[in-house]
Write a protein that binds this ligand. Structure first.
Ligand SMILES: Nc1nc2c(ncn2[C@@H]2O[C@H](COP(=O)(O)OP(=O)(O)OP(=O)(O)O)[C@@H](O)[C@H]2O)c(=O)[nH]1
Ligand SMILES: [Mg+2]
Length: 195
């Protein structure tokens, strides 16, 4: 069977969950054979250990770090990757986008992928998270804007809010273990979208 579903893991959260999805589906030949997996992140080193078939590195040496990125320059970086996204989604029945909203990469690339996938005629689904309350209002606002745009393109959006994320982990565990518990639960939600 040829590829019919493309899954994009975008940004820190999206690429982490995509790796877990790939690990889980490796045991399932029929699912694996219809999937294309694409990890999109920055900086380049963040994709060194990615299990995805395609690593899309948003290259902008002067734009590294989480601080204030020149939005004009960042838009150029995004525009430079449009054709690559178009090429990957071409002919796909379904495109699934996984991203944590609130930072730069997920909040800007996820809407772009959803828009292009819809333009190319795919069914578009997304699994998104919104920031936890302590991450502050500016990340929250960025997430809301991204969510609005993704909602306007996608056929189905599953949003897990920051509060819901916190409830997914046991309250008495260390942070890395809490993220592991959360990521496993998000992975199960993506696997549901595939089957
Ligand atoms: N579940 C989960 N959430 C994460 C992980 N890493 C970051 N997050 C959360 O996901 C949201 C977005 O963060 P990232 O995915 O790191 O952001 P990004 O899209 O890479 O954005 P920039 O690094 O600013 O370019 C934030 O609310 C984080 O708290 C992870 O490994 N697992
Ligand atoms: Mg990041």
């Amino acid at each position: 069977m040829s590829d019919t579903i493309a899954i994009f893991g975008v940004g820190g959260m999206g690429t982490a969950v995509l790796d877990l999805v790939i690990e889980q589906l490796a045991k399932d030949d029929s699912a694996e054979s219809k999937l294309r997996t694409i990890a999109v992140n920055r900086p380049q080193a963040s994709l060194d250990t990615s299990r995805a078939e395609t690593a899309m590195f948003l290259d902008a040496p002067d734009l590294e770090g989480d601080g204030n990125v020149d939005s004009e320059k960042w838009n150029e970086v995004l525009n430079a990757h449009k054709d690559q996204v178009r090429h990957v989604v071409d002919g796909m029945e379904k495109v699934i986008v996984i991203a944590g909203l609130g930072g730069l990469t997920g909040s800007t690339v996820a809407p772009m992928v959803a828009r292009i996938a819809k333009q190319q005629g795919a069914e578009v689904e997304a699994l998104l998270t919104t920031p936890m309350i302590f991450e502050g209002p500016s990340r929250s606002k960025k997430a809301d804007q991204a969510l609005e745009e993704i909602n306007s393109h996608a056929d189905k959006v599953t949003t897990v809010t920051g509060n819901e994320l916190m409830a997914m982990a046991d309250s008495n565990v260390a942070l890395d273990q809490a993220f592991e518990q959360i990521d496993n639960k998000l992975t199960a939600k993506v696997v549901e979208l595939i089957s």
